[in-house]
Design a protein around this ligand. Structure first.
Ligand code: SAM
Length: 278
């Protein structure tokens, strides 16, 4: 009989039996709500033949449903004790990779069509989302802190606009799946949570990821500065070359990163030439 992870007392009981406490430093907040779990899994539109990769399975709240619905389920969990519990509980139904999701090769784990899901550990959610956008799975359903979800959808000119907004537009369309209140986790996080879905789309720009990402990150890394200064400080592009590229891309060098559209970043990356080395 599988444990029903739908109340704080059940989750607390399992952790007690394992001699564990939720680790703040690993962002451990376990989902204890049946409806939220069902919505997240439904948003993945799983077919039996699909491959799905879960980041941070924890005690298996989502994993349980995933293994019921499809045959190829993989997961990455950094916590050794939780990984041992998951191996015990799911056996051959789960291909578990014990380690840091920030170092995992998502492309390899996902294969050409794998879907991705995760109630992400919030202390590294931004870095994980950038890596997920780069790997571009056809569908990703992610629980994030509401503030990061907002940044992912922010249009040009809005105060929430950041590197994540532009990189998301580059890679995927976004829609909202559901909000999840802090009381639906054990222990409750300090912030509100939002589940979003990313659907990869065909390229809408001419610049590849490796060319556009450093330009976007430089523009927002120095967001109080004008673009010509941000390019100089963030990318080491000398002022004159930056200015020439901005003018060639038809962008006023005195503008700031948050006002630029994806199309303008694309032109700027093209005008700057030399893609980054990664
Ligand atoms: N999926 C479970 C749930 O919904 O109840 C747990 C979600 S909890 C918010 C985040 C999970 O990510 C924890 O199990 C934690 O141990 C794991 N984790 C934290 N940092 C990680 C990392 N760098 N790589 C892989 N997993 C990580």
């Amino acid at each position: 009989m599988e444990p029903k992870l739908t109340s704080p007392s059940v989750v607390r009981g399992i952790l007690d039996e394992l001699g564990l406490r939720p680790l703040k430093r690993l962002g451990q907040h376990f989902l204890v709500d049946f409806n939220a779990r069902e919505r997240i899994v439904a948003a993945l539109e799983l077919q039996p033949g699909d491959r799905v990769l879960e980041i941070g399975p924890g005690l298996g709240a989502l994993t349980q449903r995933l293994v019921e619905l499809c045959d190829d389920v993989r997961a990455i969990e950094i916590d050794r004790a939780l990984a041992a519990y998951l191996r015990d509980r799911f056996g051959a139904r789960l291909q578990l990779h014990e380690g840091d999701a920030l170092e995992a090769d998502f492309r390899e784990l996902l294969g050409p069509a794998g879907k991705l899901v995760g109630n992400l550990p919030y202390y590294i959610s931004t870095a994980l989302v950038v890596r997920i956008l780069e790997a571009a799975p056809p569908l990703a359903v992610l629980m994030l802190q509401s503030e990061v979800a907002l940044r992912l959808s922010a249009p040009p000119g809005s105060p929430e606009r950041g590197a994540l907004s532009v990189l998301r537009e580059y890679a995927a369309d976004i829609d909202s799946v559901t909000r999840v209140g802090a009381g639906l986790f054990y222990p409750p996080p300090q912030v509100g949570s939002q589940v979003i879905r990313l659907r990869a789309h065909a390229a809408r720009t001419t610049s590849p990821w490796t060319a556009i990402r450093p330009v976007v990150q430089a523009a927002f890394g120095y967001r109080r500065k004008t673009l010509e200064r941000a390019l100089e400080e963030g990318l080491g592009v000398d002022r004159e070359r930056g200015r020439t590229a901005l003018l060639a891309a038809d962008i006023d060098p005195k503008r700031r990163g948050e006002t630029l559209s994806l199309g303008e970043f694309d032109r700027l990356a093209g005008a700057l030439g030399a893609p980054a080395s990664d």
